[in-house]
Ligand binder design. Structure first.
Ligand code: NDP
Length: 313
């Protein structure tokens, strides 16, 4: 298999990866960045980003990522298409296989592979993507002021997103498949005490309808094994909050993860337990998951990589 040696390899092209590339480029590390399955990352599936500092009028998600890419290229980052398909972090140089066809041997590796929001798997989620379906209340909630929305899920994220949306929307339904919430007690109380939130227990969303965007959701309420009730609920926005999957599978043999698969780093730093391997952005962040926090951790990872390379090469 073809092999190539690089000083600093960055895997992933969201705000963490590109920011790492900007800093690594400016530090003369000649970073090579592989963009992954979704070049530009999760923000390329959002419409307007209004909470990234520096854009008083907001900016389109794809446009923001395009700007970050150009900024990284300006400082010499070598940005390539390709997906990391295997990793061997046993000894330095670390070996990352790209598209099962090429091995990159890197002295420092920045993992910025992100996380993928889980969807229910309904065809309608794709049909109405960007037209009423979202997996990020903080990103898209603003567009549902005084409207009616539904949040799917019963965990902490769903409760948090429902609470957030209740500050904007006129009514928030939570669609919960079980007869109870999985969320922590404090989050549950917040939801139950909020007059704008109505929890629909033992409900499943099975489809969406609407002419030019979401106008409602088809629901099934299960009252028992053989007893189910189907009805339609008019809503303007459908938010998924059923969890994220960190894209960390290939690194799990080498790095520590939490029970969900988020990479664990030394607190307050992007350092993993393998020297010279750093984790930045959503792949290591179950809590904040914002573009700006991802960008910040990408910056930290690049600075760490620079210091590591200075001391070890
Ligand atoms: P969780 O896995 O905790 O919860 C997912 C929720 O989605 C559950 O209610 C689950 O239902 C439901 N769900 C999953 N798949 C489906 C499906 N196919 N159809 C319908 N419902 C589905 O994920 P979260 O993102 O909420 O939380 C992840 C982690 O982050 C947790 O550890 C959480 O505590 C933490 N977190 C903490 C916060 C805080 O402390 N402020 C804020 C946000 C997250 P079921 O219960 O039936 O499996």
């Amino acid at each position: 298999m073809e092999t190539e040696q690089v000083k600093c390899l960055i895997i992933g092209s969201g705000p963490a990866g590109y920011t790492a590339a900007i800093y690594a480029g400016r530090a003369n590390l000649s970073p090579v960045l592989y963009a992954g399955l979704q070049p530009g990352g999760q923000l390329t599936t959002t419409t307007d980003v209004e909470n990234f500092p520096g854009y008083p009028a907001g900016i389109g998600g794809p446009e923001l990522m395009e700007d970050l890419r150009k900024q990284a290229e300006r400082f010499g980052a070598d940005i390539r298409y390709g997906v990391a398909t295997a990793a061997d972090l046993s000894t330095s140089p670390y070996k990352i296989t790209i598209d099962d066809g090429k091995i990159i041997e890197a002295l420092a590796v920045i993992i910025a592979t992100g996380a993928t929001a889980k969807y229910l798997g309904l065809d309608d989620e794709k049909k109405y993507a960007g037209m009423g379906v979202s997996a990020c209340a903080t990103c898209d909630g603003f567009f549902y002021r005084k409207k009616v929305v539904a949040v799917v899920g019963g965990g902490d994220t769903a409760c948090e997103e429902a609470s957030y949306l209740s500050g904007l929307a006129s009514k928030v339904y939570m669609i919960v498949r079980k007869p109870f919430l999985r969320a922590s007690k404090v989050m549950q109380q917040r939801v139950f005490n909020n007059p704008k939130i109505e929890v629909l227990f033992e409900h499943n969303a099975v489809g969406l309808y609407g002419e030019n965007g979401v106008e409602g959701v088809h629901l099934v309420k299960r009252k028992g094994e053989a007893d189910e009730q189907r009805y339609d609920l008019p809503i303007d926005g459908f938010f998924l909050a059923i969890g994220h999957k960190p894209n960390s599978d290939i690194f799990k043999p080498w790095l520590d993860t939490d029970e969900v698969g988020y990479l664990l780093t030394e607190p307050g730093t992007p350092r993993t337990r393998v020297p010279g391997v750093f984790a930045a952005g959503d792949v290591a962040d179950p809590h904040y998951r914002q573009a700006i926090t991802a960008a910040a951790s990408g910056c930290m990872a690049a600075i760490e990589a620079e210091r590591y390379l200075l001391l070890n090469s």
